[in-house]
Design a protein around this ligand. Structure first.
Ligand SMILES: C[S@@+](CC[C@H](N)C(=O)[O-])C[C@H]1O[C@@H](n2cnc3c(N)ncnc32)[C@H](O)[C@@H]1O
Length: 315
């Protein structure tokens, strides 16, 4: 990849309709939930046919088609996104899934939603707040457009915690100093990511407190129960898909992500020499990972920290 491309890709606000980001958006939505988890969440959220739902930062309409079977009959789904291209594509795709109700998509800003006050039964977002510089402002807009008694749902991750745990895998054991250096890099990168205005990718665990502060009631939290596991010979489609994602992000796109790590580490106040030590560990592990994948020997098992947070606008 040329330096110019890399620089434009590293800009503050990602354009989710472009290249790798759009592909990531599509690929990460495959196998994202277990069907029985969505069934349970729909009960917990008290979804009913005929609801009017607003999805902020809707992307390709993932929340719309995921929950449509539970509210879509006679219902209205309104997807809002800054990206004209995603809105157009989502609208096209919705012809397939939005049967028996109405799905509309529009260009709009999470900070200034194109709806009047007290309008929707259900206002939702997924992996939106994590990318915003002012997530609380977006959440207060979501609350504004919800009816009194209306439901607010935010699906957001805590990615820093994922980086700080110790999942089981088949890669060589590192010594404690190296393990600690990797964790330190992730902690500093998290600070740098926020400093660069890219949002807080650990916002999931903070949203319940944010909802409380903004006056919501009945706040409750669940978690996506997906476990990322890879055990040879990767029998089911979920594992085959995950293996493809590991190959892509950790091997094919290794250089892009390592440069992004550098940028965020330095922005977070990290020491350049420590970054070089981190890079060396990463370069040492890459061919081992490649070989294990090629030989079908790679093993991994660990959780994701993806929160589903609900609250109600007071009546
Ligand atoms: C990670 S994607 C998530 C898309 C979708 N919610 C999903 O889960 O598949 C984030 C989305 O938020 C949109 N977005 C970013 N900033 C926004 C803003 N200020 N207002 C509205 N949408 C925004 C992006 O264009 C992108 O489609």
């Amino acid at each position: 990849m040329s330096k110019n491309n890399l620089m434009s890709e590293n800009k503050k606000n990602v354009d989710w309709s472009e290249g790798r980001w759009k592909e990531m958006l599509i690929e990460q939505r495959k196998f994202m939930w277990h069907k029985d988890t969505i069934d349970k969440l729909a009960v917990w959220l008290e979804l009913k046919p005929g609801m009017t739902a607003v999805d902020v930062g809707c992307g390709l309409g993932n929340l719309g088609y995921t929950y449509w079977p539970y509210f879509g009959k006679g219902g209205h789904y309104l997807g809002v996104d800054v990206s004209e291209e995603l809105v157009r594509e989502a609208a096209e795709a919705s012809r397939e899934w939005a049967t028996g109700g109405e799905a509309k998509f529009m260009v709009g800003d999470a900070y200034k939603l194109p709806f009047s006050d007290n309008f929707a039964d259900w206002v939702m977002c997924q992996t939106l707040l994590m990318h915003l510089e002012k997530p609380e402002l977006a959440l207060s807009e979501m609350i504004r457009v919800a009816k009194p008694g209306g439901l607010i749902m935010c699906n957001e991750p805590d990615n820093l915690s994922v980086m700080l745990i110790k999942p089981y895998w088949s890669m060589p054991e590192l010594d404690i100093e190296e393990e600690l250096l990797i964790k330190k890099v992730h902690l500093i990168c998290h600070k740098g990511h926020i400093k660069l205005g890219r949002g807080d990718n650990s916002i999931g665990s903070k949203v319940p407190t944010m909802m409380k502060k903004l006056g919501l009631t009945g706040i409750d939290v669940r978690m996506n129960d997906i476990v990322h596991f890879l055990i040879p010979p990767y029998e089911d489609p979920r594992q085959q898909h995950l293996l493809k994602m590991v190959k892509k992000t950790q091997l094919d796109e290794h250089e892009f992500w390592i440069e992004r790590t550098k940028e965020e580490f330095l922005a977070g106040g990290g020491n350049p020499d420590e970054y070089e030590s981190f890079r060396e560990i990463s370069e040492r592990l890459k061919p081992i990972l490649q070989q294990q994948i090629e030989e079908g020997k790679y093993i991994a098992c660990g959780p994701s920290f993806f929160y589903v947070i609900k609250g109600r606008k007071p009546k």
